[in-house]
Design a protein around this ligand. Sequence first.
Ligand SMILES: NC(=O)c1ccc[n+]([C@@H]2O[C@H](COP(=O)([O-])OP(=O)(O)OC[C@H]3O[C@@H](n4cnc5c(N)ncnc54)[C@H](OP(=O)(O)O)[C@@H]3O)[C@@H](O)[C@H]2O)c1
Length: 244
Amino acid sequence: MKILITGASSGIGASLARHYARPENHLILLARDKNRLQELQNTLACETDIIDVDVCDFELLQEKIKEIGSIDMVILNAGISVGHSLEVTPFDDFKRLYDTNLLSYHAILEPLLPKFKEQRGGTIVFISSLASIITMPSSVAYSSSKRALNAYAEGTRYKYRAYGIDVVNILPGFIDTPLTQKNGFSMPFLMSLEEGSKRIVKAIEKKKRIYAFPLRFYMLIKAIDMLPHSLKERLISKITSKKI
Ligand SMILES: NC(=O)c1ccc[n+]([C@@H]2O[C@H](COP(=O)([O-])OP(=O)(O)OC[C@H]3O[C@@H](n4cnc5c(N)ncnc54)[C@H](OP(=O)(O)O)[C@@H]3O)[C@@H](O)[C@H]2O)c1
């Protein structure tokens, strides 16, 4: 299987690359940090190419994607957060987050989707987040980008189902990676990177449309989300005043 993984230089992306590094697979690892990609490449026992590109450089990104040709699966995972604060998020940070977490995904899929249609098959995996379900006041940019991604994933699934294209949307809770190691607050149900990526691989194998995990955290978030608005608001303020 030929698999493109974005955000492969670190965290979840690098771990997924290690999971898929089997002789029958050909991996294409994409991120900015060429050294880290090469270090990873040297440890993998399968055919591997690397693409060092900033996904926010949409023109260059699309050129590189077109050069790849046909693939079987793309894992759209590159992502950032912009710190958790109650201050107004600077516009440039907000834009960079949306460019990375959302628009780059379409920049990649625009040239790939016609190929998937032509070959009448392919798998698109989105790495969203449980943070897409409830928007905390300290993560407006991040949560809203992931909620928009859920909508994008849903529509893409409906639009391309007839072509045999599978869309898997993954909503992880907290996983121990460089992204979350920056968080200065307690992270309920924090999972090891190995455990988190194992679960993601399993969900992809089963072609789950939506996979939100860990289940207990997901259920808790869903329960809060279903509360009457006034109660939900009071609860969120209470959690926020403890966190910040
Ligand atoms: N960890 C969690 O708890 C958690 C929970 C829910 C969802 N997620 C999502 O999972 C995904 C991966 O997160 P992670 O925790 O593995 O974080 P991470 O360790 O910080 O990895 C992020 C990856 O994205 C790449 N990236 C960031 N900006 C990029 C850019 N402009 N161009 C190209 N690549 C870029 C980084 O590579 P370079 O720096 O080399 O470019 C890195 O490989 C993200 O979408 C995140 O929102 C994570």
